[in-house]
Design a protein around this ligand. Sequence first.
Ligand SMILES: Nc1ncnc2c1ncn2[C@@H]1O[C@H](COP(=O)(O)OP(=O)(O)O)[C@@H](O)[C@H]1O
Ligand SMILES: [Mg+2]
Length: 377
Amino acid sequence: MDSVYLETLKLTKFRNHENLSLDLDSRHVVLTGENGAGKTNILEAVSFLSPGRGLRRAPYDTVAMAGGGGSWSVFARLNGAEGEVSIGTGLQETSLGVETQRRVHINGAQAKTADTLLEHSRIVWLTPAMDGLFTGPAGDRRRFLDRLVLAVDPTHGRRVSNFEKIMRSRNKLLSENQIDETWLSATEEQLAELAVSVASARHEMVGLLSGVIVQNNDPASPFPDALITLSGSLENEIGEVAASDLEGEYRDRLRDCRRLDAAAGRTLEGPHRSDLVVHHRPKSMAAALCSTGEQKALLIGLLLAHARLVGEMHGFAPVLLLDEVAAHLDEGRRRALYDMIDTLGCQAWMTGTDRALFTPMDNRANFLTVENGQVRH
Ligand SMILES: Nc1ncnc2c1ncn2[C@@H]1O[C@H](COP(=O)(O)OP(=O)(O)O)[C@@H](O)[C@H]1O
Ligand SMILES: [Mg+2]
């Protein structure tokens, strides 16, 4: 399988990195250094090579180096899915001040939308902030699932944001004193179409991912198989009811629930309420009831299965950003993780405070030490 990897990464006024430049080869990347050195910031910069707000979901202006005027940039040269490519992104300073939306340049030309980035690479991540994924709010799990979908279907991000936008306009229409019936019906029609396409894409991903998990089942693996399903009124019917019928049904339900929704001030039913339900398959236990370590292992297993799926579907594996993952694993699991990322044929970026944790990576990685916004090879 062709490997997609970063050859260079240059950051300018990106958080605590005023001017950082990394030269890499196709091997994995290990970043070690003390707390606060700027390791996660580097992973975050890499995550901006995919559409969206990156692995911290940070507002773009907070990414700019404090006291640095507000502009920032990330530049990378990639051995991408379509060959060598230069990608630049960030907030630019113009004569009118610093822009608020990040621009994306590909080989020097401005891309129409950040979605174009997905032609060159897919990037997925696991961060300590995701440790509570199974016990936290359903919204986090939906977002996690949507990112997994986005890695195989670049139009999914737009689909979800359009759904949310149309839903907000429906909520607004419902809150008005004089409701424009025709306008509201047209909005609900649109909303139903988007809702079914969002739910179908998620449903399909859960099916594909389940297939990969079952296919690669290895009882000896330290990363237990996850049993994943979707819960939600639309999702439960997909596969049993034709998409066009489902659209009609949901549209009718929206019409019938106008009074209730208006009283609640929001749309009470739809794919914005659905959930990704995860079980520890060998133990038949809900993920939320598993130990912290088991939950981490489940999540790693899910992410690796997804990376395998992307590789099989597209011929190239995603770039994996694994923030502080090694520290949570015992030695056996660490070794198993390193071996598994090797077989995926991806460039994995890993961080940790302790260099010794990565000793088994040996000559399989670029080893970098991060110190106060500086990096040593
Ligand atoms: N916009 C910013 N400007 C300057 N420094 C920042 C900004 N945002 C975060 N930092 C600093 O970056 C440092 C490194 O953060 P991080 O990458 O999370 O460290 P770690 O190496 O522990 O992963 C922190 O000390 C934080 O205060
Ligand atoms: Mg960190």
